[in-house]
Design a binder for this molecule. Structure first.
Ligand code: NAD
Length: 370
């Protein structure tokens, strides 16, 4: 792979390769853009087939974080890290403390968090070596499980879509097909149920569905039946790449709004396919940004009520994305990129005038200075 060319292509500022013999650490930290603030993004631990696969992943994911933070209105940039290795056998204190040292060495330009293959406990080891880490447990002053805030953001984002489609944001009596009965879906279903929606739910794991049914009533369907439900809304909260050539032709849904990451298998093709079918798609990284809003709040001294309040703004953000899509006759996933780029150019531009990340950014600005 041509490293500088790849960085240039995606617009990265800095990529750091970390290696340590004693711990066996091999990691890459990618800082995509710090125009809005320090680059925040999780650390993924994965047994990549090749070094190039790892680098590709971290470049792609860190860029995604820049857009996510920009659209969510946060004063944060985009970054991500990958640790190359098997998360089921190779995790230990030394590995994560060593990684923490590397994060610390970046002086606050990059702030990490948990991601696929890493968890709260790993981040607590990282915390022993650096304060540039979020997603630690509530007991240690962190924000804990982000799912309630993510789910709330998905809920209000779904209401924004309803408002666009049907002229009011009520979900009462609407049939909603929910894929996945995990953490996000569980809290989401509680909001939907208390508003009077009729829920169809599925999960590969029966016990997950059972747990959801302890607090709400829903029709249970098999995993492969969810795409065929005659419902007005589809809410994917399990896997990525579920909006594809096989699933979309089956859809009778009018709206797709869910928390799962990377829902479009092929962004351009399937984003356009949904638009052509008249299905309103709430871009995943916009509607699930409650998770990022939640960890960003940790930097200011965590309060869940404040994080929830901020997540409420996802309603207006989704409306703005839809307006851009309508005005420019483009799919919503491209409209959200436009909105993110607008903010990066405008606010990022102000930052350049003052040439430092100090000023009105509160504790986040402080973190950048140290
Ligand atoms: P989770 O692991 O708690 O739940 C996912 C559920 O999906 C599991 O119960 C799993 O059994 C089920 N599942 C997997 N494949 C399935 C299939 N084919 N059909 C039906 N069910 C299936 O995860 P979560 O925290 O609820 O996150 C859900 C999605 O939202 C993920 O894509 C995640 O990346 C994304 N997300 C989560 C957060 C958050 O705050 N937790 C934030 C942003 C994005």
């Amino acid at each position: 792979m041509l490293y500088f060319e790849s960085m240039e292509k995606y617009g990265h500022e800095q990529v750091v390769f970390c290696i340590n013999k004693e711990s066996g650490l091999r990691a890459i930290i990618a800082i995509h853009d710090t125009a809005l603030g320090p680059a925040l993004g999780g650390t993924r631990m994965w047994n990549y087939k090749s070094f190039d696969d790892a680098l590709n992943d971290v470049l792609r994911l860190s860029r995604g974080m820049t857009y996510k933070a920009a659209v969510a209105g946060l004063n944060l940039g985009g970054g991500k890290a990958v640790i190359i290795g098997d998360s089921s056998t190779q995790k230990n204190e030394l590995l994560f403390r060593t990684f923490g040292k590397f994060v610390d060495g970046l002086g606050g330009r990059y702030i990490t968090a948990e991601d696929v293959g890493t968890d709260v406990k790993d981040m607590e080891y990282v915390r022993m070596e650096t304060r540039y880490v979020t997603g630690i447990s509530k007991a240690l002053g962190g924000s804990g499980d982000p799912s309630p805030v993510t789910a709330y953001g998905v809920y209000v984002g779904m209401k924004a879509c309803a408002h666009e489609k049907w002229g009011n944001d009520s979900l009462r009596g609407r049939k909603i097909a929910v894929q996945g009965a995990g953490q996000v879906a569980r809290y989401l279903c509680e909001h939907l149920y208390s508003e009077g929606a009729e829920i169809y739910i599925t999960d590969l794991v029966e016990d997950k569905v059972k747990r959801v049914l302890e607090t709400i009533k829903a029709h249970v369907v098999k995993p492969d039946e969810i795409y065929d439900i005659d419902a007005s809304i589809f809410s994917p909260n399990a896997l990525g790449a579920i909006l594809n050539d096989k699933s979309i032709p089956k859809f009778k849904f009018e709206i797709v709004a869910g928390g799962a990451n990377n829902q479009l298998e092929d962004e351009d093709k399937h984003g356009k396919m949904l638009m052509d079918k008249g299905i309103l798609y709430a871009p995943d990284y916009v509607i699930n940004s409650g998770g990022l809003i939640n960890v960003a709040n940790e930097l200011e001294g965590y309060r869940q009520d404040r994080a929830m309040k901020q997540a409420e703004a996802i309603f207006e953000i989704v409306k703005r994305v839809i307006k851009i899509a309508n005005d420019q006759k483009i799919p919503t996933h491209l409209a959200s990129n436009t909105l993110a780029e607008e903010r990066l150019n405008q606010i990022g531009g102000i930052r350049k005038i003052f040439s430092s990340h100090s000023g009105s950014y509160g504790r986040i600005g402080e973190l950048m200075k140290h």
